[in-house]
Write a protein that binds this ligand. Sequence first.
Ligand code: NDP
Length: 240
Amino acid sequence: MKRIVLVTGGSTGIGKAVAARFRADGDTVIITGRNAERLAATAAEIDVRSIACDATDPGQVADLAAELGEHLDVLVNMAGGNTDLQRPGEPESLEEVMAAWRENLDANLLSAVATTTAVLDKLRPGGTIVNIGSIGAEYASTSYGAAKAALAAWNAGLSAQVGPKGLTANLIAPGYIEETEFFHGQLGEQKRTALIGATHNGRAGRPGDIAETVHFLASEGAGHITGQTLHVNGGAYTTR
Ligand code: NDP
């Protein structure tokens, strides 16, 4: 059966790979992102539909839900990233520190809560929600890690909430994934070597590694997997 798939944050990196993976099955795929020009270019490249939407803005998320059709089968809450890496300089005052924390909580936790809440009624029985956490949740000393840890906790509760509707909800926690814009050019060679060195298989993750995992979680065969966090990190988190 052809499905209807919504991937938030689908214009680059992992989200783009996820969208392309479902599209390869002939599914109808909708991607979102804030940068409308880049989003439209990606949509044209991988032959999917796009709707510009900032997942941290409930008004825009409500508009997104209104623009979607009546039904959805797969929701992938990919939109996110470490907002600390997108800001020049360290926050100093208490106000700046709290604003920085709110940014990461908005980007990585509340974005998924907003989108899920807005489209939940559209998800058909047999459908699935896949949230994207992070290995950073295992080291939650940063606001980014704390936001992703909270997302994983929420995911487990979400599974209980949506199970009776015939839906599953799972979270994938990627390790270090290359070929994305996550680090905004700020990852030095030394840090990269350390991240790869922490894996058991000696390589960085690729967007396709996560795309295949999302695709599996959305398959009929994965129907009894719900409320879980699935670590896709080459073994890295077990070596900390
Ligand atoms: P990218 O920066 O390449 O992709 C992020 C995508 O999300 C872009 O399409 C971006 O588009 C979109 N996005 C960001 N914020 C919003 C928002 N508020 N509303 C809508 N779209 C948004 O990074 P990745 O592909 O690496 O990251 C994807 C996910 O994977 C993130 O949640 C990240 O935290 C997670 N992750 C990544 C890891 C890695 O090593 N790369 C490791 C662990 C987790 P635009 O800027 O136009 O909005």
